[in-house]
Design a protein around this ligand. Sequence first.
Ligand code: SF4
Ligand code: SF4
Length: 78
Amino acid sequence: MTRLTTDPRRCVACRACQLWCSFSHGALTHPSRARLDIQQPPDTDVHFHPDCDECGMCARVCPTGAIESAPEARGEDS
Ligand code: SF4
Ligand code: SF4
């Protein structure tokens, strides 16, 4: 499981994240079937849907680092 972070200022609205999300989670490869929304410029933003399973695929294909993933903290004190 990953923890996803976003930096919408780096998003260029290429929709690669939406295409790969929809491809990996369903039969239809289309932004409308993705589990995240990309708001177009000038108010670019990234929103995850409640059914996002935090697989991290979108972060792996994002070319700009607008979505990044990090291993989930275990919540243990060291
Ligand atoms: S982390 Fe969420 S939005 Fe990203 S590819 Fe996986 S299900 Fe889709
Ligand atoms: S978050 Fe990354 S992959 Fe998704 S539209 Fe923005 S730049 Fe493209």
